[in-house]
Every structure is written in C-alpha cells, then in structure tokens.
Design a protein around this ligand. Structure first.
Ligand SMILES: Cc1ncc(C[n+]2csc(CCOP(=O)(O)OP(=O)(O)O)c2C)c(N)n1
Ligand code: SF4
Length: 306
C-alpha cells in the first residue's frame, strides 16, 4: 500500500490549532480516514481537546464527546451501549494521550478491556503531558528531560500495550507516526474486529522532544530503526512483529544504535554515556522479551544488536 492509496476525504480539517509538525494530529487524520464517517470520538483533556477548536466550532468532522481524564474508556463503553440499543451502527473510538492512558485513565481502560467492551481505544503516545507544558508521564522514557524531570527521568517507562496483551483482548497493535500506511492498515483491521481493541501510536512532539518540526516523520522512523519503538500486532492470542521490526528480527535489516535517535532530540542532550548504556540495555531487554512472545525468533537479544 502507498501513502497515495489513503482516501483523500478529510475528517480532521485544515486550519486546526495543532503545532506544525504535530504527530498527534497527523495520526488522528489518518485514523479518521481509516474508520470513516460513522465514528464517534471520545477525547479526554489533551492537546487534541485544544486543537479540535472551541464549541460551537470544531476541526473534527465526526461527533466528538469530550470527557474527563479518568473516564474515557467508560464513557466510550456507555456511548456504544446506547448506540447499540438504538440500532445505530458506528465505531466508538477513544483518542487519548499517554497521560490520559498510562496514568489517569488506566483503571477505566483496564476495566473496559476486561469486560471486552466493543470499542477501539487509541493512545497517541508522545511520552509526556504536552498540553500542560511537558510533564513526565508513565510513558516517558528513562533519561528524558521534562519540566518535572529536569535532570532526566530516573525510571524506565511502563508499557500499556503489553498490559493490554495481558488482558487477552481480541486486538492489540503498535504503530508509529513514521509509518502512516502501517497505521492506516492496522486501524482498518481494528475497525472490523468485534470486542475491545487497543492501538498505541508513537507520536513525536517537536516542542516537547526539542527537535525541529520538519523531522517528525524521521523521529517516528528512527525510533523503530533503533528498537526504541517496536511494531507488532496481537490478534486472537497470537503475537507477531510487523513492518521494519519484523525485518530486523528476521535479520533482513540492521538494528541501528540508539544513540543516533537520542542525540537528535534536545530532551536527551544532557545524557552521559552511562545513561545511554542504560537505555541500550533496556532496548535489548525489550527486544528479547517481545521476541520470546513472537515464538522465540532470535530470542538471544545480542543477535539483534549490530
Ligand atoms: C483530572 C485532571 N488533571 C489534570 C488536568 C490538566 N490537564 C489537561 S490536559 C493535560 C495533559 C494531558 O496529557 P496527555 O494525556 O499525555 O495528552 P497530551 O497533552 O500529550 O496531548 C493535563 C494534565 C485535567 N484536565 N484534569
Ligand atoms: S505540543 Fe506536541 S502534541 Fe501538542 S499540539 Fe504541539 S506538537 Fe502536538
């Protein structure tokens, strides 16, 4: 599939208030194109709830329900139940940041996943709370500067996509703003799955990550090329690596050193070689764990590293 095969019809309208180079808005545009008109979007407080515009105007051309942080997944569950009762066929989609997913909305997300509600939950993960001026979240990587980790975060991030696999829901996928056709295909697939679906997108943010706004797609790709972000699907109990991550696991593409990715972003400018080493070890560990899930392909982490 080529990028030109993605439908031209727009549901996120031009002139919205997102920053130039915002991956969140690029990905929302793609997600809405993949699902189409019959979508109800549930959006908690976030950059999206700002760039969507002020009522009665809207930059989003499908119904949007703005809800509180802690209740995105339960709000979406309720909307889906009422639509079903009325016989209305529509895809109900949560579109939430990592702050709203990893931290404040986690219990409602876990509960809706456990109930296998028929909704699609999409987390755009820009690895921090952007809208309120860059604070740390549970998804912020080790070493990253934020206004609440001004000398670098001391802990590694947790991983909600892997938590969703542990919930054994029908569909889990990861995607990156660097690969929009991959995102489009995964959302098309998720749309047609019945039950709870979770898709998490790495969504670089120029002001928060401190890189020039024309490098967003490059950041999304470098994250995958260096193993900091891994593309996969979990479907009906089966886990598989996808796209470039699969090619790396199969030895068809080299895994680049993570330093290249880190040094391209001002939020990591202060890192020492020891810190970079800790991140390298983290990448190796994650590859090793996910490779085991994928059926033991190259389970020895060293084989991924060149
Ligand atoms: C309960 C509650 N706490 C704090 C806020 C303030 N607030 C609004 S948006 C936001 C950041 C959201 O971060 P994230 O979910 O990662 O989305 P992003 O801003 O990165 O798009 C915060 C803390 C709020 N609206 N409600
Ligand atoms: S701060 Fe980041 S996530 Fe928010 S609109 Fe700007 S680029 Fe997008």
């Amino acid at each position: 599939m080529k990028i030109s095969d993605i439908p031209e019809k727009e549901y996120l309208l031009p002139g919205n208030a997102a920053c130039h180079g915002c991956a969140s808005s690029m990905c929302l545009r793609t997600v809405l194109k993949a699902i189409g008109k019959r979508t109800v979007l549930v959006v908690p407080a976030s950059c999206t709830s700002v760039y969507q515009g002020m009522f009665p105007g809207s930059a989003i051309d499908v119904p949007v329900f703005n809800t509180v942080f802690a209740a995105s997944a339960s709000t979406a569950s309720g909307i889906k139940a009422s639509l079903e009762k009325k016989g209305v066929d529509a895809t109900v989609v949560v579109w939430a940041g990592d702050g709203g997913t990893y931290d404040i909305g986690l219990q409602a997300l876990s509960a809706a996943a456990e109930r296998n509600e028929d909704i699609l939950y999409v987390c755009y993960n820009n690895e921090m709370y952007s809208n309120t001026g860059v604070q740390r979240s549970g998804a912020t990587p080790y070493g990253a500067w934020t206004t609440t980790t001004w000398s670098g975060k001391k802990e590694h991030r947790k991983d909600v996509a892997e938590m969703m696999i542990a919930h054994d829901i029908p569909y889990v996928a990861t995607a990156s703003a660097g690969y929009l056709t991959d995102l489009y295909k995964k959302i098309r697939k998720a749309k047609n799955v019945k039950g709870f679906r979770y898709v998490e997108i790495l969504a670089p943010c120029p002001p928060g990550w401190k890189y020039p706004m024309d490098r967003t797609v490059e950041m999304g790709r470098m994250a995958v090329e260096t193993g900091m972000w891994i593309l996969y699907e979990y479907e009906n109990g089966e886990f598989r690596l996808t796209g470039l991550s699969k090619a790396i696991a199969e030895g068809k593409r080299e895994l680049k050193d993570v330093e290249e990715y880190l040094l391209a972003q001002g939020r990591f400018a202060h890192l020492s070689q020891k810190d970079i080493g800790a991140i390298r070890e983290y990448v190796e560990r994650r590859w090793s764990n996910l490779a085991k899930l994928a059926g033991g392909v190259h389970a020895a982490s060293a084989e991924f590293y060149v």
